[in-house]
Ligand binder design. Structure first.
Ligand SMILES: *[C@@H]1O[C@H](CO)[C@@H](O)[C@H](O)[C@H]1NC(C)=O
Ligand SMILES: *[C@@H]1O[C@H](CO)[C@@H](O)[C@H](O)[C@H]1NC(C)=O
Length: 436
């Protein structure tokens, strides 16, 4: 090798490396300052309240989608629409590789908001009780930050506004649409009412469980409640089914392999003195590994049908995977975990970046992780004035709007630094000295 070239390359590497890494830390802090500026913060609050007042459930996010596209138009950001019915996929940067994704879910829940405030949901029976109004706003915030710093973008950031996270598996539809084929990695976040504002939480490997839903109809023979011998009682049969289902986790699963079976729905009968014809039950099951998950699925069906038979009833079991697809477990890539720790440390301060244990909750973000390395994390928003905040999915849930700049800065910083650190091999940023 030409010795001069070698010396020159070493010089370039040593000159550039510290500059780039210092630069990246500063960028990340600047992003947070930018997002906290009045003009940017107030703009985000306005968008969030507009979406909050008009919540839309999975695959019906038409107005939300429109708000997103209007803001992207104003920012001069090119996008694809529709993706998976209401989804929007925006592009910022060079249009060249590498491509890195940032994802926000758009849908609300079918529940009545109980918080009395100026921007309460205007749609009876629908509410943003899971913070997705905030997630959309943070991604628009990230878009604004990125647009203000396009000179830093060494590649393309793909903004994924996704419908139907709450059971509808919108992420799977976005993946199936083929819109994300060039992506090398994707980041997603969730607000957390129980964790302090300004802190971020996650872990490498398994973070959230795989999740499925089941529904069963247990059919007997209705009749007079005082003459049970002429009926076949589906209430008693279904009650025994519920009890037997509890044995799947307590008796059949490895105690060290966390699993959940919950019967959350039990509908049957309408009068004090009538044995009904049938009872409908339904619930969810969770596990971290695919094997445990499929084992639960099989045993839930066997137990319901078998236990119904014991009581002379018939049962049909459905997993309704069309409407509610099984979610895989959310498993964070280890390389992205290290990236997250570094960037979150720069944005929030290292003392505000925490490891967390896995949860049995589920996220359809896992569908992205099935096709590319992905990273999901939680961002704290516990309001100092409110010591005991309502949980996600509570009708009293409140989003602390102070979290918006943190999410916007985190997402944009993760993307910008990911692109800088994932340039084509052989550029001076590479750690790989063999290439010299
Ligand atoms: C970035 O934002 C600042 C302050 O909000 C503004 O003055 C500046 O013109 C923006 N720059 C770009 C390139 O958008
Ligand atoms: C269960 O199904 C069998 C076979 O179709 C039928 O003969 C029987 O009457 C059913 N029992 C009840 C309780 O519906």
């Amino acid at each position: 090798m030409n010795i001069l070239k070698w010396v020159f390359t070493i010089l370039i590497v040593s000159l550039l490396k510290p500059q780039i890494s210092i630069g990246v830390s500063e960028i990340s802090q600047e992003f947070l300052e930018f997002a906290k500026k009045d003009g940017v913060f107030d703009w985000m609050v306005g968008i969030r309240r507009k979406i909050h007042e008009n919540p839309e459930v999975g695959y019906e996010e038409f107005e939300t989608s429109k708000i997103i596209r209007e803001e992207l138009d104003k920012l001069g950001i090119f996008y694809k629409h529709p993706v998976a019915v209401t989804g929007v996929v925006g592009f910022i940067g060079s249009g060249e590789p590498p491509f890195v994704g940032l994802r926000a879910d758009m849908d609300a829940l079918s529940m009545q908001e109980m918080v009395e405030w100026k921007h309460k949901s205007k749609v009876p029976g629908k509410m943003h009780a899971c913070g997705h109004d905030g997630h959309v706003t943070m991604l628009l915030g990230a878009a604004k930050i990125l647009k203000n710093h396009t000179h830093l973008l060494k590649g393309t950031v793909v903004l994924v506004f996704q419908p139907a996270e709450e059971g509808g598996g919108g992420a799977k539809q976005v993946v199936d649409s083929g819109s994300l084929e060039n992506l090398k990695a994707i980041f997603g976040l969730h607000v957390s009412p129980g964790h302090p504002l300004g802190q971020a939480f996650s872990r490498s490997g398994t973070l959230l469980a795989g999740s499925g839903f089941f529904e069963a109809v247990i059919t007997g023979k209705g009749g007079h409640a005082a003459i049970p011998q002429h009926s076949i009682d589906p209430i008693l049969a279904a009650s025994n089914v519920v009890v037997s289902l509890q044995h799947l986790v307590s008796r059949e699963a490895d105690p060290l392999d966390s699993q959940v079976v919950t019967v959350a729905k039990f509908h049957g009968g309408g009068a004090f003195n009538v044995i009904p014809d049938s009872v409908t039950i339904g619930g969810t099951f969770r596990a971290f590994s695919k094997e445990s998950f499929m084992q639960l699925r099989q045993r839930i069906e066997e137990v319901i049908i078998g236990q119904a038979t014991v009581h002379r009833c018939n049962a049909t079991v459905e997993f309704s995977t069309k409407a509610k697809p099984f979610f895989p477990a959310t498993i964070n890539d280890d390389g992205l975990h290290r990236h997250f720790q570094k960037v979150a440390g720069d944005v929030l301060g290292v003392e505000n970046v925490k490891e967390m244990p896995p949860l049995m909750g589920a996220e359809d973000f896992s569908f992205y992780q099935e096709v590319m390395p992905g990273y999901f994390y939680f961002i704290g928003m516990k309001n100092e004035k409110n010591g005991n905040p309502a949980s996600l999915h509570s009708p009293f849930f409140e989003l602390n709007e102070d979290v918006l700049p943190y999410g916007a800065a985190m997402q944009s910083a993760l993307a910008v630094t990911y692109l800088l650190e994932n340039q084509h091999p052989g550029t001076p940023v590479s750690e790989d000295h063999d290439e010299l």
